[in-house]
Design a protein around this ligand. Structure first.
Ligand code: SF4
Ligand code: SF4
Length: 709
């Protein structure tokens, strides 16, 4: 599934037996916990921060085969959610994974239809909740989905043994209550390093090695279809909810840390535990070993809450702070309700001292804690022991001497998607601005300087669909941009088929780089090779032609002049209907990994290796930097002008250049100055080549000497 990347070490960890120590990342610990739980099938769609789970299982194919576990790399999250249907009729434990919120939204239909009949075998959904600073997730949605669909929601305290135990308990909880269980794994929990004591892997009783002899008998009560859904809706509340609350208490899934007791306490989502402890320590309210002086109720299960557990914790306290990320404050509202219904006088604080939305990073937690202590008049504690986050930031700034400049993310050097935006920029100089519907994927980097392109981003693979209501109101055709990953995920059905159905007259550019690159180069249906290393037969151009798309062109993405011509034709042709340009160019990150390996092998065997590099002739460069503004390549920068009579810095190509040729192509397509040159650095050159090189140097030396004379 993955391109050129090996998870050999991780796969070895999956084989650990009882009593051995596992050491590694949180997401890998979850992967091992699945195997220890006797999971029979695993599926998912890639996305940060959970891609690793499926990547590793795919690489662990021999182990999966030994255990009889089926692994499916799904075409999107809806197909992953639908897989869990296997647990409705059969005693099979299954797990699927994706990135929330996009994944949970895409899977929503399947999830609610799974939750309705409920499950027989444990069904676990692992969602990567990459919410907050540096994440692409707009909002926290798992809680709302879980509450409205009667899916239990786990948010384990980020400590590897706890994460593993909760994962294993999740299957038992699902089976004891006939309900699917969702486990949120925050980005910090996924990448947390730590250890736990492994248990033996458990081969599922029903598996690919021990298949069922008979299909399940017809049972109408297991269908998510009216009228039986009316009964199921009642069962969710009358049977499954009380059963879940009993299980949570009996198995001790939530944790109380008594601290030093006292009149205040904190109820928190499990995932916030580590951040909170660190700030408590800084305020002299906790220590480095994870002991809090303030009593804590850690909710490793955030839905359902257990009313008695909440009121037991609150009953002796004057005030309790609820730490809950996201908005609205579902947990805080319930805690308030439980406390009032039990007749408690305990004051419940939450969003009144914490920000209404956004990630609870260190500064936010620290300020919120201090506000809580002030509000409640508690003066004990707060004798600060560690530096405040403000101090840490100030010290960092001082040691650097100055503030760091902002570094927005951008395309990799030599990315095949960058030239397409250069081509659009060049064309727009002739025909004017067009509406651009952008999409999720690496190509979204074009929304930053120097391209600043994209009027909307409305979902993964949804650019063409989003342009449907825009195009009819534009004099110029709109351009929708989509990656090949987005095309297969959603764009084919929501965009292309819909455009054919409605005789849409838009232009679609599909970036065909061969993988879902932004998530780690996982294979897609049109990848050259599948996860088994064998060629895949699905071709985007053939698919479009077969569907009846009237105008399809495949253009090498680095050929800027050809791309400009194709775009011009697509935007101006009198021919009506959908026009698709497939911008073809292998993901440069994948290419570089491959080339580095091939180069190393060739050098080792003494074979000739030639590496292309581009450069700028500083005597010719006019210093207007159009090339930089049009290509945006980070390897193309400026340096002082060597000519003492000229002030403008000249363009220059730095060592990180991968020789993609875009700068030269742009200079040609936009008819800029002829300052770019291409050179080859040859290693292990042959005798004839060396002789020619010596001759050239002599002639050049002679010419230079002659010129000097
Ligand atoms: S990962 Fe590949 S497609 Fe994405 S920016 Fe880098 S080179 Fe481009
Ligand atoms: S400097 Fe030019 S050739 Fe080198 S990576 Fe950048 S665009 Fe490509």
């Amino acid at each position: 599934m993955t391109a050129e990347r090996s998870f050999r070490k991780e796969v070895e960890q999956l084989r650990l037996g009882a009593g051995e120590e596992f050491w590694g990342e949180g997401i890998l610990a979850v992967t091992k916990a699945l195997l220890q739980s006797g999971v029979a099938y695993v599926g998912g769609y890639q996305g940060a921060p959970v891609s690793h789970l499926i990547d590793v299982l795919v690489d662990a194919e021999p182990l999966m085969d030994e255990l009889g576990v089926h692994v499916e790399t799904c075409s999107n999250e809806a197909s992953a959610a639908a897989m869990l249907g296997a647990s409705i009729n059969y005693p099979l434990r299954g797990a699927v994974t994706w990135k929330s919120i996009v994944g949970t939204n895409v899977a929503a239909d399947g999830l609610s239809n799974l939750a309705s009949p409920g499950v027989m075998g444990g069904a676990l959904i692992i969602v990567g909740t990459d919410y907050g600073e540096g994440a692409s997730v707009i909002q926290e949605r798992a809680m709302a989905m879980a509450m409205k669909s009667t899916i239990w929601l786990l948010d384990p305290r980020p400590e590897l043994q706890k994460v593993v135990d909760i994962t294993e308990q999740a299957f038992a909880l699902s089976e004891a209550t006939s309900a699917p269980v969702m486990m949120e794994l925050r980005v910090r929990a996924c990448h947390l390093q730590g250890s736990f004591t492994a248990r033996d892997n458990v081969a599922p009783t029903v598996s690919t090695r021990a298949p069922l002899a008979e299909a399940a008998p017809f049972d109408y009560s297991h269908l998510a279809h009216p009228p039986v859904t009316f009964v199921q809706e009642k069962l969710k509340v009358s049977e499954r909810l009380p059963a879940a609350r009993r299980f949570i208490v009996e198995k001790g899934m939530n944790e109380v840390f008594e601290g030093e007791g006292g009149e205040i306490g904190i109820i928190l989502q499990g995932g916030l535990y580590n951040g909170l402890l660190r700030r408590l320590q800084a305020l002299d309210l906790g220590d480095a070993f994870g002991e809090s002086r303030i009593p804590l109720l850690v909710l490793n299960v955030t839905h359902p809450l257990v009313p008695e557990q909440i009121t037991d914790f609150c009953k002796d306290k004057d005030a309790v702070l609820v730490l809950e990320e996201g908005n609205p404050e579902f947990i805080e509202l319930q805690v308030n309700t439980f406390a009032r219904q039990a007749g408690l006088k305990t004051r419940i604080l939450g969003k009144d001292v914490m920000p209404p939305a956004g990630e609870y990073i260190a500064e936010v937690l620290e300020e919120g804690l201090q506000a809580f202590l002030r509000e409640t008049g508690v003066q004990g504690g707060g004798g600060r022991k560690g530096p405040s986050m403000a101090d840490i930031r100030a010290e960092g700034g001082e040691s650097l001497g100055q503030a760091l400049p902002p570094r927005p993310p951008q395309f990799c050097t030599g990315c095949p998607e960058r030239p397409v935006f250069s081509a659009i920029k060049i064309l727009e100089r002739d025909i004017g601005k067009v509406h651009i519907a952008a999409d999720i994927g690496c190509h979204a980097f074009a929304t930053f300087e120097p391209f600043s392109m994209g009027n909307s981003i409305l979902g993964y693979g949804m650019s063409l669909a989003s342009a449907a209501a825009v195009s009819p109101f534009q004099q110029r055709r709109s351009i929708s941009i989509m990656g090949d990953g987005g095309f297969w995920h959603n764009g084919l059905a929501t965009g292309v088929i819909s455009a054919l159905l409605n005789r849409g007259d838009a232009v679609l550019i599909i970036m065909q780089n061969g993988f879902t690159s932004a998530t780690g180069q996982q294979a897609i249906p049109s990848s050259t090779l599948g996860r088994d290393g064998k060629p895949l037969a699905v071709d985007i151009e053939k698919t479009l032609v077969a569907l009846g798309v009237p105008w399809v062109r495949t253009v090498r993405s680095y050929s800027v002049s050809v791309m400009v011509a194709a775009l011009r034709a697509a935007l101006t042709t009198p021919e009506k209907g959908l026009k698709v340009i497939i911008a073809d160019g292998e993901c440069q990150l994948v290419r570089q990994r491959r080339v580095r390996r091939e180069t190393a092998a060739n050098l080792k065997d003494g074979r000739r290796v030639a590496v292309e590099r581009y450069g700028v002739d500083e005597d010719v460069c006019t210093g207007d930097h159009s090339c930089i503004r049009l290509s945006g390549c980070p390897s193309l920068t400026v340096k002082p002008n060597p000519d003492p009579l000229r002030n403008d810095p000249v363009a220059t190509v730095v060592e990180s250049c991968v020789g993609c040729g875009l700068c030269g192509e742009v200079a040609h397509a936009a008819t800029l100055c002829p300052s770019f040159y291409r050179a080859e650095r040859v290693r292990n050159a042959g005798a004839a080549e060396r002789w020619l090189h010596r001759l050239r140097r002599r002639v050049i030396g002679w010419l230079q000497g002659g010129a000097a004379a």
